[in-house]
Design a protein around this ligand. Structure first.
Ligand SMILES: [Zn+2]
Length: 383
């Protein structure tokens, strides 16, 4: 009874005959066999690698880093600031961009607290923009608030969250599209002020696809209900959001755009390359997509080499023990090592072994070039 039945075998052979071009079209020994003991669930199966290869842990980045996608806690008191600085020192993060939404008083109180604590050379602040109630005249109001925030010390816009595109509604009840003309004045104001716009659009493309057993993010989507954007009655498709984003960028060529999470194109880097080629004002940040870079170390390394002036380091969630995985992927040629989050990726990572000039560009040089008034102190001696 453990063997494939005769009927199933005939059906399999028929299926094989009907699909002569499939690479696994030939009947293989043991194909279709079922386990003779109960199989583990996807959560239970944790194979331990038996591979023994050279390992190089990298607790500190080789050069001081700008974390463009920083989400430390609100930096409004000395104790929090000192805890974050201690973590940054251990990891060799020179400057962290506070990308947690803040504007007005919430922004000013953090800038003041950092200055009072004596760490104004370790943090810079992006300002959030309120896109929750866009209607006629909203663009002017948002742009005016942005001018105030930049006067108070903000050096960028961001992080604009995925709610822009997925959730925000206009005052007329329709979905706020990324390329809504009402917002052009906001992006033009950013261009005039010389500050970058850091925007997170959509989420991994798999989240917009059917939740079947071929989906690479099945486990994550099963664990987190709010990461399922695959109901067309509720959400625009990934490609719709990308088209809106690309039109927003094309309409604002004077604005510096930084795409969070490499625009969610890390499973198709050539596509991101086309965006870079078409729009010299576009940059991308590597937060939370290490699982994709580390499974294509050779192609990703070529991509980083070619577009080294367009890629910026960012981490996203502030978990100090996770940063060294990035250093290890970028700086070593290690093979087949674990990633830190098993529901992002059930595969192993490989090092990209990036050359030093690429590391410098990605770690700090690009950020120093596109963000105004960046503190120079942490990068003295390595520039
Ligand atoms: Zn973020």
């Amino acid at each position: 009874m453990h063997n494939v039945s005769a009927t199933t075998r005939v059906l399999l052979l028929l299926a094989v005959a009907a699909a002569p071009l499939a690479c696994d079209a030939q009947q293989r020994p043991g194909q279709g066999r079922q386990p003779t003991i109960p199989p583990p669930t996807i959560l239970e199966y944790k194979p331990q690698s038996t591979l023994i290869v050279p390992e190089h842990e990298v607790p500190r980045a080789r050069f001081p880093v700008v974390d463009l996608h920083g989400h430390p806690p609100t930096l409004n008191n000395r104790q929090t600031i000192e805890e974050v600085v201690a973590a940054m020192d251990a990891l060799n993060i020179g400057v962290m961009v506070q990308a947690r939404p803040s504007s007005g008083d919430r922004l000013r109180s953090q800038i003041e607290a950092v200055r009072e604590a004596g760490y104004e050379d370790r943090f810079v602040f992006f300002a959030s923009v309120d896109l929750s109630e866009v209607g006629p005249g909203a663009g002017e109001r948002i742009a005016a608030q942005l001018r105030e925030d930049v006067a108070a010390g903000a050096v960028g816009i961001g992080e604009i969250s995925k709610a822009f595109g997925l959730y925000y509604q206009k005052t007329d009840g329709s979905r706020l599209q990324l390329d809504d003309p009402e917002l052009d004045i906001v992006w033009e104001t950013a261009a005039e002020l010389g500050i970058p716009v850091f925007v997170h659009t959509a989420d991994p493309p798999e989240f917009f696809e059917p939740l079947d057993f071929t989906n690479e993010r099945w486990l994550e989507m099963a664990l987190f209900e709010r990461r399922r954007f695959n109901d067309p009655a509720q959400f625009p498709h990934f490609e719709v959001l990308m088209e809106e984003r690309d039109r927003m960028i094309a309409r604002n060529p004077g604005t510096t755009w930084v795409l969070a999470h490499m625009g969610w194109h890390t499973a198709d880097l050539a596509r991101l390359g086309e965006i870079f080629d078409a729009h010299p004002n576009v940059y991308a940040e590597v937060g939370a997509v290490l699982y994709d870079l580390g499974r294509q170390p050779r192609f990703a390394s070529q991509f980083f080499d070619r577009y080294q002036d367009r890629i910026l380091f960012g981490k996203d969630s502030f978990q100090p023990d996770e940063y060294p995985y990035y250093w290890r992927v970028f700086e070593t040629a290690d093979e087949y090592f674990d990633y830190y989050r098993d529901y992002h990726a059930f595969w192993k990572l490989y090092g990209m072994d990036l050359p030093e000039d690429v590391l410098r560009a990605v770690y700090f040089e690009n950020a120093l070039r596109i963000i105004p008034d960046m503190p120079a102190g942490p990068f003295e001696g390595v520039r």
